[in-house]
Design a protein around this ligand. Sequence first.
Ligand SMILES: [Fe+2]
Length: 381
Amino acid sequence: MIDPERIRELAAISGGFRKACVLKGAFSDGFLSAADITKIFQAVSADEGRLSCLRAYTETAQRPDLQQKLFREPPETEDLEAWGRSRFGGSRFGIVLDRPPLENDAFEARLSEVLTGIYDTAGTAFGAAEPHIFIGDYGYSPFGAHHDQEVGRILHFHLGPGVKQMYIWDEETYVAATGGTMACFDPGPILDRATRYDIGPGDIMVLPTEGFHVGYTPDFSIGFALCLMDADDGDTLRHAADQALAHALEEVENDGIGLQLTVDISRALWIENTRAASNLSLVPPPPPREALPPENAKLARLGRFPVVYRERDDEAVLAGRGHSLELPPAKSLAALADKLNAGKEMTLAEMVELLAADFSEDAAEYIAGQLWTWHAIAPVA
Ligand SMILES: [Fe+2]
């Protein structure tokens, strides 16, 4: 586990997760181990639709051929170094897992606690928390020195065993050094103008949104990165990806889908699913409650988990804590979700009264009762 005090410390030294910094010795194997990573890898391979989650690199090139092979034959050992080395014929290698399903209840529960601590100290919830995993000894980041567009703050949890270097340039310095804002695939000559951070096993690094960076991983190591996307960025991305999907469907008849479109679409679907579950997709949905709340008890949204209402054509979905209900669209449902997300405290009877504008009393009672059943609302302490 990670001590909540360490999260407060990280928030303080990073100015609310905005400035680059490294918190040494923040977590142990008990929080996230190589065995957890192997399980996540296996969960990716278990679903045919997840092939685009996996990318394979040598020091110099992306290897789509190996992507297929690694996906079909995921590791069965937690010694990912020996396993990867044999798959890549002994050479240096890099494997990236983008937005993998975690499907590891114990780790998700631990991560969820950390996220709650992060949200509390940052004073904000985020639109989505995207996991990415980096495995190998591939030297510089395969994407070169770069700026991550449309990505929020990144927390890098370093498992090691190798030490990773992260080099960061502010925009002005980077432009002066490279002559522009394009990715730089030969960062060696400009490293002396960057700030260097060493990230060892058990360290957490905060990577800010601003500026440019490149990682250098000379010895085998595993990193788990979490991109915390602001809620507004999630909306922007979803909108952009809707458009990308429309373009892709036009293009697919001519040229097939390009890599960037595949990445855009898989990211949009990930965010969409995450939000639909309204659970940040990082904890398993709790089992439904059976008993009703005490009469007249004031109820409120539980913690940071939003109640989601969304309309699509002539249907609507109300969702909370990983459970959902399909309903006809109704203004009162949107109003109820808004009130709960704004932190309003209500009794079950008050919720029923609000919903009675659009639903029969029986239906209104059922809908409000479901929010309780799902643990989406809880008694105010
Ligand atoms: Fe990056």
